[in-house]
Design a protein around this ligand. Structure first.
Ligand code: 2BA
Length: 108
């Protein structure tokens, strides 16, 4: 048994959960916030049998798209107390996925 923790973009979440439900994959959705962009994303928890793990990863790859996001660098003070702000594009990945071993899985 494995625990998959997937951090996804909010835009992909409903489609991903719909696919999981169709495939009989149990999932818990948590609202989360990325430390760098400080904007909302979604963390999904899935407990899954090891033999189904590849199938789950394939679904995530199919549904989750990477996107360009415009962000601003931290404001930099310059000599006369005015500020300059740089905007730049970063690429946010389709998903960040952690796979952990589970010692015990109990549903009471
Ligand atoms: P954020 O922390 O808001 O990061 C959003 C995107 O900003 C990242 O996309 C990456 O492209 C960029 N980024 C993050 N930290 C950076 C840095 N120090 N310098 C330059 N660019 C940086 P992803 O890598 O696809 O990450 C998407 C979200 O997944 C992250 O949102 C965070 O919530 C989570 N995440 C990514 N790696 C993680 C890790 N090792 N541990 C925990 N959460 C992680």
């Amino acid at each position: 048994m494995k625990l998959v923790i997937a951090i996804t973009q909010d835009e992909d979440t409903n489609n991903l959960i719909t696919r999981f439900m169709e495939e009989g994959i149990r999932v818990t959705k948590l609202a989360s916030t990325g430390g760098f962009l400080k904007s909302g994303n979604t963390t999904l928890l899935m407990g899954i049998e090891e033999e189904k793990l590849d199938h789950l990863m394939k679904i995530i790859e199919e549904v989750c798209k990477s996107r360009e996001v415009i962000t601003t660098a931290p404001t930099m003070p310059i000599v006369d107390e005015s500020f300059i702000q740089n905007s730049y594009n970063i690429k946010v990945g389709g998903a960040t996925v952690f796979v952990l071993d589970i010692d015990r899985y109990v549903r009471i």
